[in-house]
Write a protein that binds this ligand. Structure first.
Ligand SMILES: Cc1cc2nc3c(=O)[nH]c(=O)nc-3n(C[C@H](O)[C@H](O)[C@H](O)COP(=O)(O)OP(=O)(O)OC[C@H]3O[C@@H](n4cnc5c(N)ncnc54)[C@H](O)[C@@H]3O)c2cc1C
Length: 437
């Protein structure tokens, strides 16, 4: 069997999160043959939370991670805790009806609340969770009008009193950036240290006696008897059921090929500045929320400690490139001229998992395999909240998850053409942004 070699550049992530992480809990790799009720591939929010709820249901899970815990998107994301999906609730209502939009909205809020509960129950102080809300900033009059109508609809149709509209002046006062025409404040959610969050989950699981194997790559899965056999280079795991929790990293080996073609991995990058005290940037983003703007090729920003983090999708290909980071830095200074002389100390990126309908998918491939993938760049709350629903599916339940459990898993047509397609779509979005639509 062919063993895949993981890209070593991805192992050394120069992230601010890594530089400021708590001590890691230690986990060994698999050695020999072991048996569990459920084998989970992927040591991020999805896999770890699923394990937690499986234990609550009286089952014995094992989490198998090819790298270290949090190596995937869970340890390198922006730490924005939000109950939103990539597709808006108003669009969901237009396409699937108001009841479905209400259910999806409730699922999002539930996932946000779950983050706070998890941090408290597992005592993850290092996660530094701040439920400070988020502000969506309109980059032109057209998108501001869209935000106004969305906020009105959210209040009237969903009864969501957590959203309100801010004027251009209020957005400028909040952000220190003067180019926005207004914004929509959302009091749900906030910001978190994403790597410490996932490391804290793993430490909590370890304290519960849950087995986690790091540096153990699943290279094959086969059906045998009444269950599955999970093959790794250093041993085998026999289990009755399998959970695939590999999201945007589902192409590391062919073992997860069954979900790989439902996802388009899209690179998303971030930079972090030096501490801003004593620089012209001191005082920016003082309310500590997360901020996004309305461009399709969305940029977003937040503070962590006294540093400003700036992120975006765009001219990033298969791996990081100096010119792509330089473009991000240029965009940051355009947005915040106060940062022109401020040093950028960390640059990193990761893959988000886009799906055809811009929604996550949770379901059963067959009688032995459950998956949860496709968070479309909004998985901090969702992926960790979804663990309990994945566990419910594994134990034979059928939770009401709105559009998340639509079956069968939709696959991307012409998957082999995904890279030029991503470049094409990114170019089209940049064009629409440039002409203000
Ligand atoms: C740069 C960036 C910024 C983001 N910002 C935000 C944000 O601010 N807010 C938000 O809500 N979401 C954000 N996201 C998305 C969010 O991080 C993800 O949706 C979430 O972390 C997904 O968690 P997961 O556990 O499903 O997957 P992951 O955390 O990616 O875990 C999957 C794991 O599976 C492992 N794996 C894969 N194949 C195998 C195998 N064969 N054997 C063993 N292990 C395997 C991988 O090593 C990986 O660690 C961002 C993502 C990126 C990349």
């Amino acid at each position: 069997m062919k063993v895949m070699v993981l890209p070593t550049s991805s192992v050394d992530i120069d992230s601010l999160w890594r530089a400021t992480s708590v001590a890691r809990p230690e986990f060994g790799s698999l050695s020999g043959d072991q048996s569990f009720d459920v084998a989970i591939i992927g040591g991020g929010y999805t896999g770890l939370c699923t394990a937690r709820y499986l234990v609550k249901a009286g089952l014995s899970p094992v989490v198998i991670e090819a790298n270290r815990i949090g190596w995937g998107a869970s340890g390198r994301n922006g730490g924005v805790v939000s109950g939103k999906f990539r597709v808006g609730f108003k669009d969901i209502a237009a396409r699937h009806g108001l009841d479905t939009a209400r259910r999806m909205h409730a699922l999002g809020l539930e996932a946000v609340d779950h983050v706070g509960q998890l941090v408290e129950e597992l005592g993850i102080a290092g996660a530094d969770y701040r439920p400070s809300g988020s502000l969506r900033c309109a980059h032109n009059a057209h998108t501001f009008e869209g935000l106004r109508s969305e906020a009105t609809w959210m209040r009237e149709a969903l009864g969501d009193t957590g959203v309100s509209i801010l004027s251009a002046g209020e957005v400028a006062a909040e952000t220190g950036s003067h180019g926005f025409t207004g914004g929509m404040l959302n009091t749900h959610g906030g910001v978190i240290h994403p790597l410490n969050f996932v490391l804290g989950m793993a430490a909590g699981l370890k304290a519960l006696g849950i087995v986690i194997h790091e540096n153990t790559t699943v290279i094959g899965v086969r059906r045998e008897g009444v269950g599955v056999v999970v093959e790794t280079p250093t041993g085998r795991i026999t289990a009755r059921q399998l959970v695939i929790a590999t999201n945007s990293y589902s192409d590391l080996t062919p073992a997860t090929a069954s979900v790989r073609t439902s996802i388009i991995p899209f690179r998303s990058a971030m930079i972090a500045t030096e501490p801003l005290a004593g620089t012209p940037g001191a005082g920016l983003l003082a309310s500590g929320r997360s901020y996004t703007e309305t461009r399709r090729m969305m940029r977003w920003f937040r503070k962590s400690g006294d540093r400003l983090l700036y992120g975006g999708r765009g001219a990033f290909g298969k791996s990081d490139s100096a010119s792509a980071f330089a473009a991000l830095e240029k965009a940051m200074v355009r947005q915040f001229p106060q940062l022109a002389s401020v040093r950028v100390t960390h640059r990193w990126s990761g893959l988000v998992a886009m799906t055809l309908d811009s929604l996550p998918h949770l379901g059963r491939l067959d009688d032995r395999v459950v998956y949860s993938v496709g968070y479309n760049g909004t998985g901090v709350a969702l992926a960790s909240g979804i663990g309990r629903h994945v566990a419910a599916l594994v134990t034979g339940g059928s939770p009401d998850l709105g559009l998340l459990t639509r079956q069968p898993l939709p696959h991307i047509p012409l998957y082999g053409l995904r890279e030029p397609a991503v470049r094409l779509v990114a170019g089209w979005y940049q064009f629409l942004d440039a002409i203000g639509r």
